[in-house]
Design a protein around this ligand. Structure first.
Ligand SMILES: Nc1nc2c(ncn2[C@@H]2O[C@H](COP(=O)(O)OP(=O)(O)OP(=O)(O)O)[C@@H](O)[C@H]2O)c(=O)[nH]1
Ligand SMILES: Nc1nc2c(ncn2[C@@H]2O[C@H](COP(=O)(O)OP(=O)(O)OP(=O)(O)O)[C@@H](O)[C@H]2O)c(=O)[nH]1
Ligand SMILES: [Mg+2]
Ligand SMILES: [Mg+2]
Lengths: 278, 292
């Protein structure tokens, strides 16, 4: 990308294509470039680099709210529920969050509430063992709501700060599965005496515009308090979170950058914006 | 739908005449929105739009179809042309074993699809056998063993072996001893930009000489589908694709992108988490789905 390119239609088209290529989406890309044209006039931007930097700053401003923030409960335990469609990285992200909070001195208990998928409980158990954290599990096929309920009870009894609940992957189009999630959320509210402190939606950065439908459907089902954007160590940029943030106001809290327990960080909006044009 | 949106564009064009360039350009803007919204790669969408423009301008407005319907028909035909033939077949070796190697990014459905392929080939009178080639992901081997039990198919696993090629070769031998003729090899999810893991995939392929190396892609994949497909097909002898999770509501434009840039066929689609959830890829149905 040339630093001193003059600002003309070819430049706007190039910037629009970078946005689309990053999965920002056609309509969001168009509205961003429309606002950029306005800014070029008002702020007398002169070079391609200035135009690109304006876009980066705008995206960064839009996405930095809530980064890395967890809403801690007034009295322990704090409950974080992790939800999302199949294969996005929920279970692995829970391992990462466990490591993240343990390293900050918190005592974590895991709830193996994916009682459906082959090997799901065993997968989380491996992480629990490696991270030396307690895990509450029932048998395969058990009621996921009961697992979360028991985990909250156990956390209270054992003086743990944080319960993180894993749930089965589910496509947002499956009404019976979304109903099940609503029920798990209701039961967890009964266990806590208030709603879950955090319900984090895990989105895979390689997914395109369907992520917006996912966010909408999950938000309609239970209050989503934040997003974990995973697999940013690939070549996908996850630009769809811009539309999700604009439309639904959900903050992007964490980002996943690999498969190890340390591969998580508070969402870095500046890095994210740079990567779109990098 | 695209047809409805185009109806608005052509409202003024009634009855006779030909489609003028300015009408077509307006229509193309709607087509572009539809394709990008469906996650078709933007460069592939551009080529497609140019072809559609060439075919649409100057076309006589027929009595039987509205201009909007005519443009939709052209778009649909161009999508089908890219998608090519229906899938549904598997290449079997002339003498056993037939080895089918599954590769792809993390979480795309490889382990689950092993069970689905076992069911599929058994229906064709073959005897499947699964090999647990993912030695990294926690409980991946266990997951495949449970999948195998669910579809009454033996699984070769080796919890001590750290060389995936050795596991695969032992697995093929075990399959033959068990009188099985189709060996389906599960592998770890890997990034196309991970040198070590792509190297492992290359070594696996070289050692196994599979009849099929199938790249699994999540049907909801966005613009990045082109990068993934290009990298995997340049480093491995990818013989076809399987698109998974098509039971969602994604339009699946990634199908167009990967087919356009690699020319490799889409063989099957995943339509549920269950072992029966594997269907033959049908171009016409996919084209309609992408158009919305
Ligand atoms: N490269 C990369 N891989 C990741 C990341 N997060 C998760 N994965 C991988 O993605 C795959 C799926 O992760 P899981 O944690 O099992 O996903 P899940 O959402 O729990 O899956 P289901 O429970 O089956 O819906 C695994 O191979 C993980 O190692 C990430 O940030 N980067
Ligand atoms: N709804 C639906 N879910 C699917 C389909 N295929 C796989 N899944 C689900 O997607 C998730 C990931 O599937 P896996 O088979 O673990 O994916 P994988 O490619 O082996 O994952 P890694 O080994 O971590 O790379 C699981 O929850 C599966 O049940 C499908 O066609 N439809
Ligand atoms: Mg999981
Ligand atoms: Mg797997």
């Amino acid at each position: 990308f040339q630093r001193r390119t003059k600002i003309d239609d070819a430049l706007f088209e190039e910037l629009e294509e970078s946005l689309i290529e990053a999965d920002v989406g056609y309509e969001t890309a168009l509205s961003l470039v429309t606002r950029l044209r306005e800014a070029v006039r008002k702020e007398r931007l002169a070079t391609g680099e200035e135009a690109q930097n304006w876009l980066k700053a705008d995206i960064e401003r839009n996405l930095s709210a809530g980064s890395g923030v967890i809403q801690w409960a007034p009295n322990p335990p704090t409950l974080i529920m992790v939800v999302g469609v199949n294969g996005t990285g929920k279970t692995t992200s829970i391992a990462k969050l466990t490591h993240y909070f343990q390293s900050r001195g918190n005592r974590v208990i895991l709830a193996a509430a994916d009682t459906f998928r082959a090997g799901a409980i065993e997968q989380l158990q491996v992480w629990a063992d490696r991270l030396k954290t307690d895990m509450i599990r029932h048998r395969e096929g058990a009621d996921p709501a009961a697992v979360v309920f028991d985990a909250v009870t156990a956390a209270r009894a054992r003086g743990a700060d944080l319960v993180i609940a894993d749930t089965a992957g589910r496509l947002h189009t499956k009404t019976n599965l979304m109903d099940e999630l609503r029920k798990v959320n209701r039961v967890s509210e009964r266990a806590l005496g208030r709603s879950a402190d955090e319900v984090l939606l895990v989105l895979d950065a390689t997914i395109g515009q369907n992520a917006v439908q996912q966010a909408r459907a999950f938000t309609d089902t239970l209050p989503i308090t934040g997003i974990i954007l995973t697999k940013l160590d690939g070549t996908a940029r996850g630009g769809v979170v811009l539309s999700i943030r604009n439309e639904l106001g959900i903050p992007i809290k964490f980002m996943g950058t690999g498969e190890k327990p340390t591969d998580i960080q508070a969402f870095n909006a500046k890095e994210f914006a740079d990567a779109i044009f990098g | 739908s695209l047809a409805e949106k185009l109806q608005g564009v052509f409202e003024r064009l009634r009855g006779k005449g030909t489609l003028r360039e300015q009408d077509v350009n307006q229509a193309l803007r709607e087509v572009r929105l539809a394709l990008l919204g469906a996650d078709v790669n933007f460069r592939v969408a551009k080529d497609l739009e140019n072809r559609i423009r060439e075919r649409a301008v100057g076309v006589e407005v027929l009595e039987s179809l509205t201009p909007a319907q005519q443009v939709v028909k052209i778009v649909h035909e161009e999508l089908c042309a890219i998608l090519g033939d229906d899938g549904g077949y598997l290449r079997f070796a002339s003498k056993p074993p037939t080895v089918i190697l599954l590769v792809g990014l993390q979480g795309t459905g490889k382990t689950t699809t092993c069970g689905k392929l076992a069911v599929h080939v058994r229906r064709q009178g073959r005897r499947p056998f699964l090999v647990a080639g993912d030695i990294y992901r926690p409980a991946a081997i266990r997951q495949l063993q449970v999948v195998g039990e669910g579809v009454k198919t033996p699984v070769h696993a080796d919890l001590e072996q750290r060389d995936v090629v050795r596991i695969a070769q032992d697995g093929v031998r075990a399959a033959l001893s068990a009188q099985c003729d189709v060996v389906i090899v599960d592998t770890a999810g890997r990034l196309h930009v991970d040198e070590d893991m792509m190297g492992e995939a290359e070594r696996l392929e070289k050692a196994l000489q599979p009849s099929e190396t199938l790249l699994l892609l999540d049907s909801m994949t966005g613009q990045d589908a082109v990068n993934v497909a290009t990298q995997f097909t340049s480093r491995l002898n990818i013989t076809g694709f399987i698109l998974t999770k098509l039971d969602g509501d994604t339009r699946g434009g990634a199908a167009i992108s990967i087919r356009a840039v690699t020319g490799k066929p889409i063989r099957f689609v995943g339509v549920s988490e269950k072992p029966e959830g594997l269907e033959v890829f049908q171009s016409e149905r996919m084209a309609s789905r992408i158009l919305g």
